[in-house]
Design a protein around this ligand. Structure first.
Ligand SMILES: [Zn+2]
Length: 371
């Protein structure tokens, strides 16, 4: 049995492909923890580089910021020596003229102007004809992680990364994962023009066959050259909320107003209980065409980047950070209450009902659970 006090890095996943990828990147796996009571999380312990890492996953079928906050609380209590947190997994990308985001790319939550690097867009004010106003302050990721991101960015700029090589060497050792986790055919990375909605009929057929693959429906993007990182790493703001983003027009609006790079469903529940860096592999484009084809590979690229980051941090640096239990701000009971509305509000960020509510919007909008 392993001693929970020995672990300093906490790594949280939301869905199974992320948990599989995280475990595969461990250099060694340890025995289960001893003596954990009143904690329903499933843990995997091991070593990554020089760090003892504890990995967990949200309960099956649970999504969203409140579930993430509960899992983080359990980990924080059971592993009192955790000092840095990583939220590693998949997300829907928000490609734009400014950010050429493609499937398999990696987005890292990096704060600007003192923000958290995470923007909770279903917790704030929506006032007609005005931009999204965030009313909640989220903590920043730990210093040692932000420093390591800078160091790794410089290294990648000079020499490129070895993310694909790292994934290939894992898949060589675990051939049964190839089908679900290797890089899909590049031709399946199609970005539709925002106004082209997915056609629901003929389920099972790929988008190219029912939504069209005419160049006029698609955003044309030249193949990446040998001198460009592929997957590319993007740094900036991650949009987080309790529902799946599958609307290209709302996506584009959040890009225009907030310059967000991707959409996910857990980070906003984490930052104030479990200050962490959010690392997301892009598995779709947050539009109505989203499907699961790239989830496995995107989970692998995110985990590969997270491991590379840990290689860049000396254990002494981690030990200088305060324990997560001593820096977290809010109690989980208040967090779990957040996403639930006292009365339902029919907010849609579409054209028809364009942010027409004045006041605090902490209610779910058109909620779709699941991915
Ligand atoms: Zn489609």
């Amino acid at each position: 049995m392993s001693n929970p006090d020995d672990y300093t890095v906490g790594w949280i996943c939301a869905v199974k492909p992320e948990y599989v990828a995280a475990q595969e990147f461990l250099d060694e796996e340890h025995d289960p923890p001893e003596g954990l009571q009143l904690d329903n999380n499933h843990y995997t312990l091991g070593k990554m580089g020089k760090h003892n890492v504890v990995i967990t996953i949200l309960p099956k079928g649970e999504y969203g910021t409140a579930a993430a906050a509960m899992v983080a609380e359990g980990m924080r209590r059971s592993f009192p020596n955790i000092r840095v947190g990583l939220m590693v997994g998949i997300a829907g990308g928000a490609p734009s003229k400014k950010h050429d985001i493609r499937l398999g790319d990696i987005v890292v939550s990096i704060p600007e102007n003192g923000s958290a690097g995470v923007f909770q867009y279903d917790f704030g004010k929506t006032i007609q004809n005005k931009s999204f106003q965030n009313t909640r302050f989220l903590n920043q990721p730990p210093t040692s992680l932000r420093e390591a991101v800078n160091g790794l960015d410089t290294q990648y700029t000079r020499k490129g990364h070895k993310i694909n090589e790292d994934i290939d060497s894992i898949l060589k050792k675990a051939p049964r994962l190839r089908k679900g986790y290797q890089r899909p055919d590049l031709e399946s990375d199609q970005l539709y023009q925002s106004q082209i909605a997915h056609r629901d009929e003929n389920e099972g057929l790929p988008c190219a066959m029912k939504c069209g693959d005419d160049p006029s429906c698609l955003v044309s993007r030249p193949p990446r050259t040998e001198d460009e990182d592929n997957p590319a790493i993007h740094y900036g703001l991650i949009a987080s909320a309790n529902q799946v983003m599958k609307d290209a027009l709302i996506r584009d609006r959040l890009v225009a107003e907030k310059d967000v790079l991707c959409f996910e469903m857990e980070a906003a529940g984490m930052m104030n209980h479990f200050p962490c860096l959010v690392i997301r592999g892009i598995c779709d484009y947050s539009d109505s065409h989203k499907n699961k084809g790239w989830q496995g590979y995107a989970a692998m690229t995110a985990a590969a980047y997270a491991k590379d980051l840990l290689r860049h941090i000396r254990p002494e640096k981690v030990n200088q950070e305060a324990t997560i239990g001593s820096v977290s701000g809010e109690s989980v009971s208040s967090a779990s209450a957040e996403p639930y509305p006292t009365k339902p509000s029919a907010i849609t960020f579409g054209d028809q009902n364009y942010g027409s509510q004045v006041g605090v919007n902490n209610a779910p909008m058109n909620m779709t659970f699941g991915r």
